[in-house]
Ligand binder design. Sequence first.
Ligand code: C2E
Ligand code: MG
Ligand code: MG
Length: 304
Amino acid sequence: DLLRNADMAMYIAKQSGKGQYRRYEARMHTEAMERLELEADLRHAIDREEFTLRYQPIVLLHTGEIAGVEALVRWKHPTRGMMPPLQFIPLAEETGLIVPLGRWVVREACRQAVNWQHLRPEGQPLTLTINISGHQLQGEHVVEDVRRALSDSGLDPRQLVLEITESVLMQQSEIILERLHALKALGVRLAIDDFGTGYSSLGYLQRFPIDILKIDKSFVDDVGRGDTESALARAVIALGETLQLQTIAEGIELKAQLNGLQDLGCELGQGFFFDKPIEPADIELALRNAYAPLVGRPNARAQG
Ligand code: C2E
Ligand code: MG
Ligand code: MG
């Protein structure tokens, strides 16, 4: 037991970086056991059909129409209940299980989005947005998985947007650059998620084939509080305009934020103000009723 415990403390010290030390604590053992258990559960979760997708509407801020949806995965764990992605995506990445999980997400989301197309007025295409993690992009299967999901579902590639977080681009990896070009060649669009949180050089905006910037919630939080507070959101929107990228505001919770973003000329947004990530059946309802009553501004000054 002594050796086992010492080994565990060493393992955790190594994980924390070079030249570290850790003293063994009982919770290290408990946490490691829990992790192993979760990992074993994760291995079976796809076969047991325990994953499910929620979708959050992405709204045209001036009309309230739904332009698209973002697919967000959940795990219906048999004993722990509904688990949000941040509780299992990191583990899926470490164990490589992100590859089959990601494949399932793309297939399932494409299949569902094709069904919703019939609910669109005059066949306006509905955009489907899917999150792709850095580990997925490193793997060689991602391009083929997306290609197959598109061809099997019949979804038009122009309707698909893949989101990559800014931190992934900051790695400046040649493999990632190659993957992004291969994905673009399929005809899909690429978005940078959580834009503005990475504090990285802006050079990669030109180096990588990006179409859309998603303004991180932390900047959206400050919109509607005053000119100084919303300065960063304004700057990202202006950057988007200059580089001819679409901008999508994330995490709109308040009417004041929506109105502020409308004034700043932001085209698209999503957030609890409109809807949380909801079940597929509720997306169908939302598609029938736009959010026009929510975005309306009877006393708003004319938009210029
Ligand atoms: P994300 O892509 O930035 O997704 C936005 C997150 O913010 C979602 O959390 C969403 O529920 C939440 N959100 C949306 N509007 C609001 C709002 O108005 N207020 C607040 N407080 N939160 C809001 P969620 O679903 O827990 O997802 C967390 C992250 O997990 C996602 O961040 C994404 O990076 C990752 N993720 C989700 N699904 C997948 C997936 O299928 N594959 C991969 N690789 N990552 C995924
Ligand atoms: Mg996202
Ligand atoms: Mg985000």
